[in-house]
Design a protein around this ligand. Sequence first.
Ligand SMILES: [Zn+2]
Length: 465
Amino acid sequence: MKNTRYRSIIIYIVVCFFFAGIGFFLFEFITNSRQWAFSPVNRHLSEGNMSGGKILDTNNIILAQTLDGKRIYNEKEDIRKAMLHAVGDGSVLIPTSVQSRYNSELFGYNPVIGFGAPHVFDINQNIKLTLDSEICARVSKNFKDKKGAALAYNYLTGEVLCMVSLPTYDVNSRPTLDENIKDKYEGMYINRAISSSFTPGSIFKIFTTAAALDLIPDVEKRTFECKKVKIIDGEKVACMSSHGKINLKDAMSKSCDIVFSDIAIELGKEKMKSKMEEYGLNAPEYFDGMQVISSSYDVNDASKAELGWSGIGQSKDKVSPLYMLKVMGAIANKGIHVEPFIVKSVFTDSSGEYHNNSKNLSKRMFSETTAESLKEIMRYTMKNQYKDSMFGGIQMCAKTGTAEVGEDKLPHGWMVGFSYDKTFPVAFSVIVENGDFGIKSAGPIAADMIKEFHSAFKAGKYEKK
Ligand SMILES: [Zn+2]
């Protein structure tokens, strides 16, 4: 009797484990089968002769489609290269691309049917992007052989109109491993617009100005002084020239280093850090639901002079082109940015109906009064320093940056800004790595891009789409 009881208990336990195992498997299968199917080790399943949905740009130009079981990209090489990081190349090498992230929508995996469901099931979905591929191609070409990134978006709706990253390559002839290790293609799988952060240089003065506006009463009425060089505890902070007595808005337009170094030192580490974090530095950054690189501000171990350098975008400061785009959107929008997105809609051939899947995670970065003051200071900088003729007379607000990155290398050139006129609600962020002065390197790329979008807006190109 005793033996029998023990045996039945053991059988019960075994049976319990058996059903628990099946339950666990079913749970995993239901929740994870998509990821299994699309995981790199099972790539042979998803890259075979299966059909896939189309990827379109904002003007319905086909960027990728499947014809006779083969993935075909746009017929123009310029467009293929410019759209590489947004669209992807069909491999797992660009994980931030739409083809990697929306593969179950595009390639129609279903846990019951698996891949390759008959076309009548209408499982493959198409994706329409917000990007203008023709303007992206033009912007990408303007980088010539330089590396960097350019972004532009509608700061009222969040639609990203341009997103390019350099270096890039043609999806129809991916560089070989030998070519890949050469400097020319270094980091070619990385979408620098969202996945890289860089030393900001003088574009960071926007944040130091914001902190000054928030914390120093009547700072706009104050007179500062720049004597070109300042020695702080034996360390040097130097300006491009001797600006003499100068107010805040002229310090911004002439990009005086001494004034912004002085402001950072006056506010001190604690206040600078807490203000920078309020503006979104040191926080997780997201784009279209995926986590991307954060921008950072770290003065924990900084000397007094280094704290000064942190106020002018040097030291350990790092910002991403995407974050700078959001900051421009926030200043243009009374302190709250509209979250940028690139997927306009996901739809099937038969539904014909577009579903906008944009997620608006708008957040306040600056107080309304600080944003309004920053806008006016950046408008003043544009008018007095760069001149409206640079953008063909379009009223813009902007700031350039030239970020020192080491003795033997040319500095990174930046230009960030936005339109002052809300009937043309576009903000931009451009960086040219080792491009030299921002006004010379990023400036012409930004100006050409903005003029193109201005013509497109005036022609009503993005309406009713
Ligand atoms: Zn100065």
